[in-house]
Design a binder for this molecule. Structure first.
Ligand code: CA
Length: 452
């Protein structure tokens, strides 16, 4: 059978994803070889279920933004493997966002204005948008956090010129190295692609845990993703924090090495989230749960390591990340070439549905509180934030919808958390975060901006 006829047949079978299939077909018509991915997934598409009137979503359409890093996998897989369509969401568009700022701009205008209804977010972006902290004119645009997309899959990459100087997970005893750079006029520069969210928090935590004050001993800056590799190469940047495949590519291309994985800093840490505009959820409660069911099934599919080769294939495709499959596959199998050392441990890989601490998908309110507390630690939010945090989290975090969707999906009771807190968290430096006492956590930290 020719590739073309495979695609014709696939289009015929896959009526639910008509618009996407015809787009692929068009590519075939233009003579571009279709990727092997799509042909391989043909037989394993989820089939639409018969929806009861109660399950019938208010709309079959949603536009979800994603960034081309492994955090977005559940959204892409739910689309590609037919899990959205299975629950009646036959017209979901997963739209690549140029950067986090664009995602924010696009959710501000919503899909009606040519933007997006929601999608993938770093924390605490849904809170910052809800509170009008990062929107145009400080407009408050309520967002609902509905699920966590993943844990792990992030790390801190260091430029090659610092190789062999003992820059690793722990920086104890390395203060003089950073001071030396500072006094020599080449202060250590560490970058992320969006400020005051996960990437910046991981860099700050890592530095401060080793006695390096991120506001004094090093320089932190926002750099567009496209420039990071170039800046590392030319030596104008010393470190970079983001999700796979970018840190891994830096090692692969011999531009740098990995000092730490976030999985080493905080096993099972909260990473990125699925959140939608609040008005979209209010208008489309059944469609919201249909999206959640599709994402949950996709997360379960992603966590089956037998699917990880196909997962890497799909994400690597030209319409998604457009990277060599190999840069995704090894990390997905827990194999990290850190440059100076190797990690081979599946529990360190990006995980989407469950990990050794329980549910990954469930959005714990205690984790939202950590992101808000860390924002207070570094002076991004005023200390009073903590006195009203519970109220704010109850407004933005809709774990109730996650639970309803999980029950409708038939998730076993053992996999549905009964508490909104995951309890006390411990970091690699021995510091503990008790969600009942965020002030105690702040007090226990030596390096911080807030006065407690
Ligand atoms: Ca991330």
């Amino acid at each position: 059978m020719s590739d073309f006829s495979k695609y014709s047949r696939r289009k015929f079978l896959w009526t639910a994803g008509a618009s996407a299939a015809s787009c692929i077909l068009l590519k075939g018509c233009l003579g571009n070889p279709p990727s092997s991915t799509n042909a391989a997934t043909e037989s394993t598409q989820a089939q639409p279920i018969n929806l009861t009137p109660e399950q019938q979503p208010e709309t079959a359409q949603a536009k979800l933004g994603y960034i081309a890093i492994v955090e977005s996998a559940p959204l892409i897989i739910a689309k590609e493997k037919g899990f959205f369509a299975k629950y009646g969401m036959t017209n979901v568009e997963v739209a690549k966002q140029a950067n986090w700022g664009s995602a924010r701009d696009n959710v501000e205008i919503g899909s009606a204005g040519g933007g997006i209804d929601g999608g993938q977010w770093q924390m605490p972006m849904p809170y910052q948008i809800s509170e009008g902290l990062i929107t145009k004119g400080n407009e408050k645009i309520p967002m609902y956090v509905l699920a966590q997309l993943n844990t792990h899959g992030n790390g801190i990459a260091i430029a090659s010129k610092h190789q062999g100087k003992g820059i690793g997970l722990k920086l104890d005893g390395k203060k003089s190295f950073f001071e030396g750079l500072k006094s020599g006029g080449t202060k250590f520069k560490a970058a992320y692609t969006f400020p005051q969210a996960n990437q910046e928090f991981w860099l700050r935590y890592w530095a401060a845990a080793g006695g390096i004050n991120p506001d004094e001993d090093i320089e932190l800056l926002t750099v567009p993703a496209a420039q990071t590799v170039a800046n590392m190469k030319t030596g104008t940047m010393d470190a970079f924090s983001t999700g796979d495949p970018w840190p891994y590519r830096i090692v692969g291309d011999k531009i740098g090495f990995m000092a730490a994985l976030t999985a080493e800093m905080w096993k099972g840490h909260p990473e990125e989230y699925f959140a939608m505009r609040g008005d979209w959820v209010e208008k489309n409660p059944k469609a919201t749960k249909a999206l959640l069911k599709g994402i949950m099934e996709a997360q379960q599919w992603c966590d089956n390591f037998e699917n990880r080769k196909e997962l890497a294939q799909i994400l690597a495709g030209r319409s998604y990340f457009n990277v060599p499959e190999a840069v995704l596959l090894d990390p997905f199998m827990g194999k990290y070439n850190m440059g100076e050392r190797q990690i081979d441990d599946k529990s360190m890989a990006a995980l989407y549905w469950k990990d050794e601490k329980g549910s990954v998908s469930y959005p714990y309110k205690s984790h939202d509180l950590w992101f808000l507390t860390e924002s207070v630690r570094w002076g991004f939010l005023p200390p009073e934030t903590l006195t009203t945090a519970k109220e704010l989290i109850d407004k933005v975090n809709r774990e109730d919808l996650w639970k309803e969707a999980a029950k409708e999906l038939g998730v076993p009771a053992a996999d549905i958390p009964t508490e909104t807190s995951r309890g006390v968290e411990e970091f690699f430096d021995g510091i503990k975060f008790d969600p009942e006492k965020p002030e105690e956590y702040l007090k226990s930290l030596k390096i911080k901006k807030v006065k407690v």
